[in-house]
Design a protein around this ligand. Structure first.
Ligand code: FES
Ligand code: FES
Length: 235
């Protein structure tokens, strides 16, 4: 009897033990309280932003007509699409001569001629290239009928992995039109926007000078050989 009485007293004075449902209710209220507190801590304009549902950015596309290697090429692109991206991924068949390497205007692998001038096509928007002639390495010559620079690159074996090659060939082809009789230093300067991670620079410069010589207008190759001989005698 005394035990029953003690049990009853114990039940009466013990704090009620919460059931699972009660516990979850409590957590819910606490969570809601925390959320309200968060809202109160937000400034008014932040509350407005937080209340808005997330927006989905619409990527409107537009049709552009590019003039690539004397051909009209249509593509559906976003306003932010670069000329390089449009050529490689949005025209059919794709134009893959210009290479995507850095995509940041630092390596020159994507060089094309826009209106006759070398540009990094990864830094030009496709919509800005409309109505301007674009020449890629494919437009400079074909395997059967290479231009002088392409032929010189083959002859001098001026490439290793080849990723930089279209950019160099395009840059040098444009430069030799401006200066058909360059010195080695001038060729180096003309190529300063093109990088070769394989380090084929000596062969690239040799090819450029050989191509220039191929026009029959200079003795730059002799200058290169003299330069090499001098370097070898210093070593
Ligand atoms: S990919 Fe355009 S400069 Fe490197
Ligand atoms: S040949 Fe490989 S990056 Fe120039």
């Amino acid at each position: 009897m005394a035990d029953e009485h003690d049990d009853k007293v114990a039940r009466d004075i013990a704090p009620p033990s919460p059931g699972r449902r009660q516990f979850l209710k409590g957590v819910g209220i606490a969570g809601a309280g925390a959320a309200v507190a968060d809202q109160l801590l937000l400034r008014p304009h932040e509350q407005a932003v937080a209340a808005e549902p997330p927006q989905t950015l619409s990527a409107a596309t537009t049709e552009v007509t590019l003039q690539i290697n004397n051909q009209k090429r249509k593509a559906m692109v976003e306003p932010r699409t670069t000329l390089l991206n449009a050529m490689r991924n949005h025209v059919e068949p794709p134009v893959t001569g210009p290479k995507l390497v850095c995509d940041q205007g630092t390596c020159g692998a994507c060089t094309v001629l826009l209106d006759g001038k070398p540009v990094y096509s990864c830094l030009v928007l496709a919509v800005d290239a409309m109505n301007k002639p674009v020449t890629t390495v494919e437009g400079l010559g074909t395997p059967d009928k290479m231009n002088a620079v392409q032929a010189a690159f083959v002859e001098k074996d001026a490439l290793m992995c080849g990723f930089c090659t279209p950019g160099f060939v395009t840059t040098i082809s444009a430069y030799l039109k401006k200066n058909p009789n360059p010195s080695l230093d001038e060729v180096r300067e003309a190529c300063k926007g093109n990088f070769c991670r394989c380090g084929t620079y000596p062969k690239v410069f040799e090819a450029a000078l050989a191509a220039a010589k191929g026009t029959g207008r200079n003795g730059a190759r002799a200058e290169l050989m003299n330069h090499r001989e001098a370097a070898e005698s210093e070593a």
